[in-house]
Design a protein around this ligand. Structure first.
Ligand code: GDP
Length: 320
């Protein structure tokens, strides 16, 4: 029995976050882990409902995630994609052959009238996952990226255009009328610790925070809120987080991450490469450790570090 019986709740996108979620599951066990996942990148592809970040988290927890690609299933093939291309279908968003089974299942469950929360739970159960995976909302929220070449969906910007167009701004259509998925607010309120994964602060964590109620729940929870920086040595570890932060007027640095989460963040876990850096908000405790997750051991070690920080904070709260 640990001080973390009420569990760790993670807010995440699909790449950096999925790796940490896998580490936390190994360190803690699935029963003590909840994950709130960005759905702003969701899309319909070939008539199928795809939730890229939920898929990555699901595959990570089922130990199916491709290590080399960081998305989709390890060792998957792409014969259906080749055939779709021959038929003239858009082929820039790659769905693997085995991966299709998940999207077919989700699409069918949604068509039967199940919510995305129910659908996600049913698929997780079929994969034998004991952690709780929750979409941020059952309502549609669509991340749109305004670039110098026009407004694009997140996947058009990220996958089709390989985040080359210059970003002017980002908006989340539908967010203001969305409701947090069942369990999200209660989970934040009752968690022993909340972890903001090393995910894109603008297009992965941003949409989650844009759902009314979630940001307030983070401000009000008694649980410590601990973020892992996706920015290391002044640049994103991968992907367009740097460009997107610049477009949002944030410096591409630990300071930028601290500013993005200033109203609710207690601890910022930064990479050892940044030792010596500081953030101007004295309310935020800055800690350094190795945060680059290449191997399963890297993921486990970072997870154990975060759990130790959470337990330490928890003890301080208990002692007063
Ligand atoms: P997305 O949904 O694919 O955008 O995935 P996320 O938002 O979860 O992850 C993307 C972010 O993760 C990027 O900003 C990267 O800088 C960061 N990232 C990826 N791998 C790592 C890692 O191993 N360590 C850290 N600290 N950050 C990472």
């Amino acid at each position: 029995v640990t001080a973390l019986d009420s569990g760790i709740l993670v807010l995440t996108g699909g790449t950096g976050g999925a790796k940490l979620v896998r580490g936390l599951e190994r360190a803690l066990g699935g029963a003590a882990l909840g994950v709130i996942v960005n759905t702003g990148d969701d899309l319909t592809c070939w008539g199928l409902r795809v939730s890229p970040d939920i898929d990555s988290v699901t595959y990570a927890l089922a130990d199916l995630l491709s290590r080399e690609r960081g998305w989709g299933i390890e060792g998957d093939t792409f014969q259906c994609l080749d055939q779709m291309r021959r038929l003239g279908a858009p082929a820039w968003f790659q769905l693997g052959d085995r991966d299709l089974a998940l999207h077919l299942t989700r699409t069918e469950l949604l068509r039967e009238g199940k919510t995305l929360t129910e659908t996600t739970a049913e698929i997780a159960k079929a994969f034998g996952i004991s952690a709780r995976i929750l979409p941020m909302s059952d309502d549609a929220v669509e991340t749109r990226v305004l670039t110098t070449e026009g407004e694009l969906s997140f996947q058009e910007y990220f996958v089709r255009e390989r985040f080359r167009p210059q970003v002017k701004s980002v908006r989340f259509i539908g967010a203001e009328n969305a409701t947090p998925a069942p369990g999200v607010l209660a989970g934040i309120a009752s968690a022993a610790a909340v972890v903001i994964a090393p995910s894109n602060p603008i297009t992965s964590i941003g949409p989650i925070l844009a759902v009314p109620g979630i940001r307030d729940a983070l401000r009000w929870t008694d649980a410590p809120v601990i973020a892992v920086s996706p920015i290391v040595a002044g640049a994103a570890v991968s992907g367009p987080a740097g460009d997107l932060m610049k477009a949002a007027g944030l410096p591409v640095s630990l300071e930028g991450i601290a500013l993005a989460y200033a109203d609710f963040l207690d601890v910022l876990v930064a990479d050892s490469q940044d030792v010596g850096a500081h953030v101007s908000d004295s309310q935020i405790e800055l800690l350094f450790t190795d945060t680059i997750m290449r191997t399963d051991d890297d993921k486990l070690r970072l997870a154990q570090f975060i759990i130790a920080v959470a337990m330490d904070r928890h003890r301080k709260v208990m002692v007063g």
